[in-house]
Design a protein around this ligand. Structure first.
Ligand code: FES
Length: 118
């Protein structure tokens, strides 16, 4: 059964910088990307690294023809242990099709941010 927990004040979640808190016995990270908040477990699905301590990097995308380009509007989160990169929109990684980031449902009540956890 899921339970709702207070996470932080909305103003504490900064653009392109993770805020990491312990909530309900789990480590949780929140980040704002282009104004949109994403909240996820601070846990890499590959081998359990503290994923939200990884670096952000622009996504590699198809360019015109056979080229590739960097897209700074679609940052990837790079795991600090083995370097797998996860898309912060879809949660997917190119390294393993079945693994995804564990995004958490959240809601705002005034300035307060709450998350839902099992
Ligand atoms: S623990 Fe994250 S890529 Fe291995």
């Amino acid at each position: 059964m899921k339970k709702r927990y207070f996470f932080c004040q909305e103003s504490e979640i900064q653009e392109h910088e993770f805020l990491i808190r312990e909530v309900g016995g789990r480590s949780v990270g929140a980040i704002r990307l282009h104004g949109r908040i994403r909240i996820l477990l601070n846990y890499c699905p590959h081998a359990g690294a503290p994923l939200c301590k990884g670096a952000l990097a622009p996504a590699l995308v198809s360019g015109p023809g056979p080229t590739v380009a960097l897209d700074p509007l679609r940052p990837q989160l790079r795991c600090p242990w083995h370097g797998w990169e996860f898309d912060l929109d879809s949660g997917r990684t190119v390294f393993e099709s079945k693994m995804r980031l564990a995004f958490l449902a959240h809601e705002l009540e005034g300035e307060e941010v709450f998350v839902w956890l099992r």
